[in-house]
Design a protein around this ligand. Structure first.
Ligand code: F6P
Length: 405
């Protein structure tokens, strides 16, 4: 079969919108099929070409003519390298840069005239995610000389400069606009003969979870008493299990661990964070807090059955839709848990391995996002405390395994 024609892909978007993650996703996945994909990142060229530090916002100020000239040269080098790669047998070149001005996109097409260009515009309007992404960016070595607040302010100023010159890519022929938080295509204008597009489109909408380890916290004080709600600590046995989990994952890089904000998941993560200092970033998300039990706070199931028999029966009749008075239900917590998953996946980008340490009800909801389960069965998914779920969900592989630690 003849190889399809070649394709250039140009990312478009402000800094910290998820462009590089999308670019890496396209490259890694298409390469599995022996398609030769080259990634041309302006930031990499900048760090290679300019020995001085270019992380300060002034370097991105459009009014700074000298820096603007340098940035044009960086872009030109990138175009030339992409062109050479394609001439040398490459199939797809991905130009990973902001490409927010029309002038820059015109230059790109002039410099890469031999193959069509698909513009992939990345959007993420979520202020919380943006703030978290900025924090992640400013942990890069090039910001090491600045204090945290200063680095963040500098990056936000940089985004502002790009926002100022942003011209939506209305003029281009082939465009897909992507909501990178939700893997959702917002707009699409693509000619029928654009090579590889069917595969790429599906990829843009697919999960990219290489390895997610979904863990429930180990035994807590309340678990022993069969009580719901509260914010109890792990028991001695639970702490032992937390260490066992940490030992089990020795040798597995875990760049990100996500927990809830409750003591039992924080304590569960402790041994792992202690033994992986500087190698693991921890985020505690309220989205992963256990189901709010409202009026039943601190009660045991037996007490609820005895003292609130109607409530107990109502829950047994329709557990998924039941909402604790003053609290939550499975149905009402779905939105926040799914948002937590999106946040975790967005922040961890193309990490090989990530871990979420959650709770019984929360983990059921997380699982329901990956497994086809009827809603009424979700509140009964078995969530053990000495095993974890290993989940892979990519365009080409779905794996779901319960493993002991
Ligand atoms: O019992 C532990 C626990 O995590 C409680 O905090 C929570 O209310 C409960 O599990 C959720 O499970 P179920 O919906 O089966 O009561």
């Amino acid at each position: 079969m003849p190889r399809p024609r070649k394709l250039n892909i140009a990312m478009v978007g402000l800094p910290a919108m998820g462009k590089s993650t999308v670019a890496a996703k396209i490259k890694e996945n298409l390469e599995k099929d022996d398609i030769k994909v080259g990634l041309f990142n302006n930031g990499d060229v900048r760090r290679r070409m300019i020995p001085g530090n270019t992380s300060h916002a002034g370097f991105y100020d459009p009014a700074n003519a000298e820096a603007a000239g340098l940035r044009e040269r960086i872009a030109a080098v990138n175009f030339a390298e992409a062109k050479a790669f394609m001439a040398g047998g490459g199939d797809i070149a991905i130009l990973d840069a902001t490409n927010v001005s029309r002038k820059r996109r015109d230059t790109l097409r002039e410099q890469l005239p031999n193959h069509p260009v698909l513009f992939v515009e990345c959007i993420n309007d979520d202020p919380e995610l943006l703030a978290l992404s900025v924090a992640r960016k400013t942990r890069l070595p090039e910001f090491a000389h600045l204090g945290e607040a200063e680095a963040k302010a500098s990056f936000v100023t940089r985004i502002g400069y790009y926002r100022h010159i942003y011209e939506p890519p209305v003029e281009v022929r082939d465009l897909v606009r992507l909501d990178t938080l939700n893997n959702r295509i917002l707009a699409e204008r693509v000619s029928a003969e654009l090579p590889y597009y069917g595969r790429i489109r599906d990829l843009l909408m697919s999960d990219w979870i290489k390895n997610l380890f979904l863990v429930r916290h180990a035994q807590s004080e309340y678990n022993v008493k069969d009580r719901v709600g509260g914010d109890s600590s792990l028991t001695d046995k639970g702490r032992g299990q937390a260490w066992a989990l940490s030992r089990h994952f020795i040798g597995t890089p875990l760049p990100y661990i996500f927990t809830s904000t409750l003591a039992r998941t924080l304590e569960m993560a402790e041994p792992m964070l202690e033994t992986r200092k500087g190698q693991t970033i921890h985020h505690a998300f309220p989205e992963f807090d256990e189901i709010g039990v409202g009026a039943c706070e601190g009660m045991s199931y037996a007490e609820i059955e005895r003292d609130m028999p109607e409530l107990f029966a109502a829950r047994a009749r329709n557990k998924y839709n039941f909402v604790y008075p003053g609290g939550e239900g499975y149905a009402t917590m779905a939105g926040r848990v799914y948002r937590g998953i999106k946040k975790a996946l967005y922040l961890s980008g193309n990490s090989e391995h990530i871990m979420i340490i959650g709770h019984q009800a929360v983990n059921r909801m997380i699982l329901s996002d990956f497994l086809f389960r009827r809603a009424e069965d979700v509140p009964y998914i078995f969530i053990p405390q000495d095993k974890y779920f290993h989940i892979v969900s990519t365009q080409t592989k779905k794996l779901f395994e319960l493993r002991k630690y």
